[in-house]
Design a protein around this ligand. Structure first.
Ligand SMILES: Nc1ncnc2c1ncn2[C@@H]1O[C@H](COP(=O)(O)OP(=O)(O)OP(=O)(O)O)[C@@H](O)[C@H]1O
Ligand code: SF4
Ligand SMILES: [Mg+2]
Length: 380
């Protein structure tokens, strides 16, 4: 499939002001040399803990923030370094769906006006009748009654408001949609409906999508590929199944481990036997070496001095970790040791039962009834 969006070395540093005797300037690396691509009609899920820079990437791609450096190409046209006027035609093709549908809709406009606005702005209809027809059409597609055009956003439920936001984004037939946690403010039953709606419309119109979320269940449902972000950097990127079944980065494994399991069987299947680390502050960045080092259970000396580059470990599977194959290397020895320990325990237990049985039947005093005493009393 042809590449629709290509992001190369995207960087965003936020100024934290000056401090100290030398009045040194401090910066927060919200996005640090991020590169990825999205194909036509593909959904790339972007996951990571709070504060890792997911929203900032979305805001940079929609020009709501200016990048510090880096480039992004939409159908081979550079989009980040255009002047305000030049970005206008591109804006039609890069739409955003926000987390809070109420905050992203102007409360003074009716639903009809809200959806007609982008149609008029981008000159997609010539007459009033054309505009009205397009509004009715998209409202039907998102399951909102066309009679609701004269109602205001506050007259709708959260789920309905998000449907209106989706309609506003889809009505201009964009090439790329950045969906920033579009279902996290909704309850679970509504989440499923909205996710189905997004997937249906995206698939039908072959729109590329960057779907931002911290919920791996949602990402598993909707995404084709997944990029895992930590502290402003992408640490792993691969096809959805590859991430869920054969993830390589310790942070991805930690994220997968933190999904709550309901069924015991399911828990056992997904048990990755990965211990260590915790989900804490993602802003503990290290200027040299790996940014995950303070939380990594398999860190080595090399991790302290060398930043791990995002390298391919398989076709379409990229990982930024020096020790991504450590678990594999150590697995056989760990397995044998584990098995030996288990056998030793089993032998000891067997010996104990045998000894108990033997002493119990041979040397029990005749006046003590056998079942009233604990077996331990007879073991010396
Ligand atoms: N305008 C700003 N000025 C200064 N710092 C900012 C600004 N916007 C974001 N940041 C900082 O950049 C970092 C990344 O923020 P961002 O909103 O991208 O995180 P996120 O991954 O979307 O988190 P969440 O999952 O909570 O939405 C945060 O530490 C945040 O405080
Ligand atoms: S590079 Fe080192 S510290 Fe970073 S995730 Fe890999 S093993 Fe851990
Ligand atoms: Mg965010």
């Amino acid at each position: 499939m042809p590449v629709r969006l290509k992001v190369i070395n995207l960087v965003k540093h936020f100024s934290l002001g000056r401090s100290g005797v030398a009045r040194q300037k401090y910066f927060l690396k919200a996005v640090d040399k991020v590169s990825f691509s999205i194909d036509r009609g593909e959904i790339l899920g972007l996951v990571g803990e709070s504060g890792c820079g997911k929203t900032t990437i979305g805001r940079l791609l929609t020009k709501l923030e200016e990048p510090t450096s880096g480039k992004a190409y939409l159908d081979e046209k550079e989009i980040l370094h255009q002047k305000f006027g030049e970005f206008r035609p591109i804006r039609r093709h890069v739409q955003m769906i926000f987390q809070d549908p109420f905050a992203s809709l102007n409360p003074r406009f009716t639903v009809g006006q809200l959806i007609a606005e982008p149609i008029r702005n981008f000159g997609l209809a010539n007459t009033r009748a054309d505009v009205a027809e397009k509004v009715t059409d998209i409202l039907t597609q998102v399951n909102i009654a066309s009679s609701a055009v004269n109602r205001y956003p506050f007259e709708f439920s959260g789920g309905q408001r998000q449907r209106i936001c989706i309609a506003r984004a889809m009505v201009v037939k964009p090439k790329l949609i950045i969906a920033d946690e579009p279902v996290s403010a909704l309850d679970v039953s509504i989440q499923a409906q909205i996710l189905n709606l997004i997937k249906e419309l995206q698939d039908y119109n072959q729109i590329s999508m960057l779907f931002i979320s911290h919920d791996l269940g949602v990402i598993r449902f909707i995404a084709d590929r997944i990029a895992v972000m930590y502290s402003g950097q992408i640490v792993e990127i691969a096809q959805k199944d590859e991430i869920f079944l054969r993830s390589k980065h310790p942070y991805t494994k930690l994220l997968l481990e933190s999904i709550p399991r309901i069924r015991k069987k399911q828990r056992k299947q997904d048990d990755r036997k990965f211990k260590g680390g915790s989900v804490t502050n993602g802003l503990m960045q290290s200027s040299i070496g790996c940014s995950y080092i303070s939380r990594c259970p398999i860190a080595s000396d090399r991790c302290r001095v060398e930043i791990p580059p995002l390298i391919p470990v398989k076709a379409n599977h990229f990982v930024a970790c020096h020790n991504h194959d450590l678990e594999k290397k150590g697995s056989w020895s760990a397995y044998i040791l584990d098995q030996l320990l288990r056998r030793q325990i089993a032998f000891r237990r067997f010996g104990l039962i045998f000894k108990t049985f033997w002493t119990d039947s041979m040397f029990r005093p005749a006046d003590i009834p056998p079942r009233q005493h604990s077996v331990r009393r007879y073991i010396r």
